[in-house]
Design a protein around this ligand. Structure first.
Ligand code: FAD
Ligand code: DHB
Length: 393
């Protein structure tokens, strides 16, 4: 068994773990990042694409936003479609000039991996059997196997950035965490298609056959989603069926959705989940390891990076001054934003998705809510300021 030491052991090289590693490196704090998948796998995993202005600013200020600034597409509005019409929500006009940037999560991950490897900081892919120990002590440990050898990493602090299915959260003793969750009876079937986006802005569509979303990754790549069942079998969705559903749900008179080769496809279930607190002694949870939102509000990636910004500042303060005030406030500080995003994501989800039984009462409420959001300045402003990201600590 080889034993090494670091200040902060980071489990998971998703957006949360990689950004935390980068921010701590700028503060002169040593970290080791352990990831159980391959670099190719995590760089190819298509996920989020909507980045809040504050997160763009964070990455740019940290020197990790050069390509994001060059290639990211700034959007100042989104469209809501229902009852055969589209209504624009002018996000920037309603939310103090703030905007969103379209830039793939995979691209953020690639940028951060490249920066970390160029800086010579430890980032180990393909590690096996990761487990955390000694959480009640001053020197918690991470054990894992790397290239066939057992290794042990002694840490001052462990950051659990290992997503919803990771090992860190389940390692917290029973009875410490309170968990809150809600499962939704639907999922999203998402595709990446090699065709120029057919609309300039994102379109969130309410339709009697179910929700659909038109998004993009670049001027040449469309990203599209249709509501499906959570355990949908992709084999039952040949390309033609996917395009037919998208054409029907997003269709408008005088507008057609351009089709192209499908490069990637997948089904995502939808759930809301929060654990409280986001800390146990010297183990700090961040991102999807601590909370999940349904994707309708485009908040998951953004929340993960808000968490690690708070955690990096608290760890830097502790390292500089010995004060644990920031670390002690970490969970409460993050949970305020987390619950705000949980509410917004739940609200967008229930307003736009076809209810399981298509209950006419629920559908009337959805249409009424959509009419209100697209006709009242106050309601549109509320959506806009949540969508671009609330200004809070
Ligand atoms: P993850 O990205 O899950 O990273 C965790 C990492 O830990 C992974 O690399 C995993 O391999 C690794 N890991 C797991 N277990 C272990 C272990 N035992 N040992 C070592 N490593 C481990 N969010 C938005 O903000 N905007 C959007 O537009 C948006 N759209 C989405 C669309 C889809 C289809 C999906 C699926 C998600 C979307 N999200 C969106 C959510 C967003 O992708 C996640 O919230 C984000 O990935 C969270 O980052 P994370 O680093 O916390 O977790
Ligand atoms: C995308 C994903 C979302 O969850 C969302 O709300 C908007 C866009 C996307 O992948 O582009």
């Amino acid at each position: 068994m080889t034993r090494t030491r670091t200040q902060v052991g980071i489990v998971g090289a998703g957006p949360a773990g990689l950004t935390l590693g980068h921010l701590l490196q700028l503060e002169g704090i040593d970290t080791v990042i352990l990831e159980d998948r391959s670099r190719d796998h995590i760089e190819a995993r298509i996920r989020a694409g909507v980045i809040e202005q504050a997160i763009v600013d964070l990455l740019v200020e940290a020197g990790a936003g050069e390509r994001l600034q060059r290639e990211g597409l700034v959007h100042h509005g989104i469209e809501l479609q229902f009852a055969g019409e589209r209504h624009r929500i002018p996000l920037s006009d309603l939310a103090g000039g703030r905007a969103i940037v379209i830039y793939g999560q995979t691209e953020i991950v690639k940028d951060l991996i490249r920066l970390r490897l160029e800086a010579g900081c430890p980032l180990h892919f393909d590690v096996e059997d990761v487990s955390v120990h000694g959480l009640d002590t001053e020197r918690p440990l991470i054990r894992y196997r790397r290239e066939g050898r057992d290794e042990e990493l002694e840490c001052e602090v462990i950051a659990g950035c290992d997503g919803y299915h990771g090992v860190c959260r389940p390692s917290i003793p029973a009875g410490v965490l309170f968990e809150f969750s809600r499962e939704y009876p639907f999922g999203w079937l998402g595709i990446l298609a090699e065709v120029a986006p057919s609309s300039d802005e994102l379109v969130y569509a309410h339709h009697e056959r179910g929700f659909a979303l038109s998004s993009l990754r670049s001027p040449e790549l469309s990203r599209l989603y249709v509501q499906c069942s959570p355990d949908e079998d992709l084999a039952e969705w040949p390309d033609e069926r996917i395009w037919d559903e998208l054409q029907t749900r997003l269709g408008l008179e005088g507008w057609t959705l351009a089709e192209g080769p499908i490069l990637e496809r997948g089904v995502t279930g939808m759930r809301s989940y929060v654990c409280e607190p986001m800390r146990y002694r010297r183990l700090f949870l961040a991102g999807d390891a601590a909370h999940i939102v349904p994707p309708t509000g485009a908040k998951g990636l953004n929340l993960a990076l808000h968490d690690v910004r708070v955690l990096a500042e608290a760890l830097a303060d502790w390292s500089r001054s010995g004060s644990t005030a920031g670390l002690d406030a970490y969970s409460d500080t993050c949970l305020r934003r987390v619950w705000q995003a949980e509410h917004f994501s739940w609200w967008m989800t229930q307003m736009l998705h076809r209810p399981e039984d298509h209950d006419p009462f629920d559908v009337r409420l959805q249409l009424s809510q959509l009419r209100y959001v697209t006709s009242s300045d106050a309601a549109a402003r509320s959506l806009a300021e949540n969508y671009v990201g609330l200004e809070m600590v």
